[in-house]
Design a protein around this ligand. Structure first.
Ligand code: ADP
Ligand code: MG
Length: 257
C-alpha cells in the first residue's frame, strides 16, 4: 500500500462518491483506509465484425484491503471479462478502474504489464505451471520479470515454505498432486507480495478434499498476511466462505452487499 495517492488524482467527470463511503474514488481522507479496488461504471464491449457484445454494462463496486470477495454468475455473465480488467490483463471500454491508488483504466499495454506484475498475483483453475521446471523455478519466474534482484531464490523458498511445500522445492509439477501443484501456483502468485490475489476457479480441477485445503490456504493467507483475495467460483460452498459475494448477470451487478 505504498503507492496510495492522497491528493494528486484528478476527479473524473461524473464520478460520484459511492454512497455510504466518505472517499471519492482514488482519494483518501486522512486516517481512512482507501479501497484497494475502485471500479466505477465499467463497461466492456467486444466488437466482432459488425456485431457488438456488451460483456460488462456499467459495473460499480469497491473492495477494501484485506477483504475476501467471491465473484459468481452464470456462464457468459462477464466474470472473466471483469477479472481480466481487475487483474490488468485488459482495459475497460469505458469507466474508471483504480487499483491500489493508481488509475489503470487508460494505461497502455506496457505500463499495464508493469502494474500487473507488481500488484496482482494470479491463480488459475489449471495451475499453469511450467511442466519441466522445479517448484522453486516456477515460483521464481515472476521475480525474473520484475527484476527481483539477488534474493530471488530466497524469496521463492520462503513463498514455498509459506504454502507448506518447504520439502518439495525441487519437485516438478508431474511429481506432485493437484493440490500441491496449486500450492506452487499460489506461492508463485505471492512471491511479488501483490496487493491482491486473484483466483479463477482455483479448486475447479481438484478433488473436494484438496479443494478444501486450497480454500483454507487462501483464507489463512488473507488472515495472516492481510492479502486481499478475489475468487471467481461456481461453487456456493466456496462463496459462502468469503466475506462478500459479487454477483454478475448479463454484465450487470446483481447484488453487492
Ligand atoms: P463468464 O466468464 O462469466 O463466462 P465472459 O466474461 O467470458 O463470461 O463473457 C461475457 C460475454 O462476452 C459473453 O457473451 C462472451 O461470449 C463475450 N466475450 C468474452 N470474451 C470475448 C472476446 N474476446 N470476444 C468477443 N466476445 C467475448
Ligand atoms: Mg469465464
Amino acid at each position: 500500500m505504498s503507492n496510495l495517492k492522497v491528493d494528486s488524482t484528478p476527479i473524473i467527470d461524473g464520478v460520484q462518491p459511492t454512497s455510504g463511503s466518505l472517499t471519492v474514488p482514488g482519494q483518501t481522507v486522512a486516517g481512512q483506509t482507501a479501497a484497494v479496488i475502485v471500479a466505477h461504471e465499467l463497461t466492456k464491449t467486444y466488437r466482432m465484425g459488425t456485431m457488438e457484445v456488451h460483456a460488462l454494462c456499467g459495473v460499480t463496486f469497491e473492495i477494501q484491503p484485506g477483504e475476501v470477495v467471491s465473484i459468481m454468475g452464470p456462464s457468459g455473465s462477464g466474470k472473466s471479462t471483469l477479472m481480466n480488467i481487475l487483474g490488468c490483463l485488459d482495459v475497460p471500454t469505458s469507466g474508471t478502474y483504480i487499483l491500489d491508488g493508481e488509475e489503470v483504466s487508460l494505461l497502455r499495454d506496457d505500463k499495464l504489464a508493469v502494474i500487473r506484475n507488481r500488484k496482482v498475483g494470479f491463480v488459475f483453475q489449471s495451475f499453469n505451471l511450467l511442466p519441466r521446471a522445479s517448484a522453486i523455478a516456477n515460483v521464481e519466474l515472476p521475480l525474473r520479470y520484475s527484476g527481483g534482484g539477488n534474493h530471488r531464490k530466497q524469496r521463492a523458498k520462503e513463498a514455498l515454505q509459506l504454502v507448506g511445500l518447504g520439502d518439495r522445492m525441487n519437485h516438478r509439477p508431474n511429481e506432485m498432486s493437484g493440490g500441491q501443484q496449486q500450492r506452487v501456483a499460489i506461492a508463485r502468485a505471492l512471491v511479488n507480495n501483490p496487493a491482491i490475489l486473484m483466483a479463477d476457479e482455483p479448486t475447479g480441477n481438484l478433488d473436494s478434499h484438496s479443494g478444501k485445503d486450497i480454500m483454507q490456504l487462501l483464507l489463512s493467507l488473507n488472515r495472516d498476511r492481510g492479502t486481499t483475495v478475489i475468487i471467481i467460483t461456481h461453487d456456493a460452498t466456496i462463496a459462502a466462505q468469503t466475506q462478500r459475494v459479487i454477483r454478475l448477470r448479463d454484465g450487470e451487478l446483481e447484488v453487492s452487499a
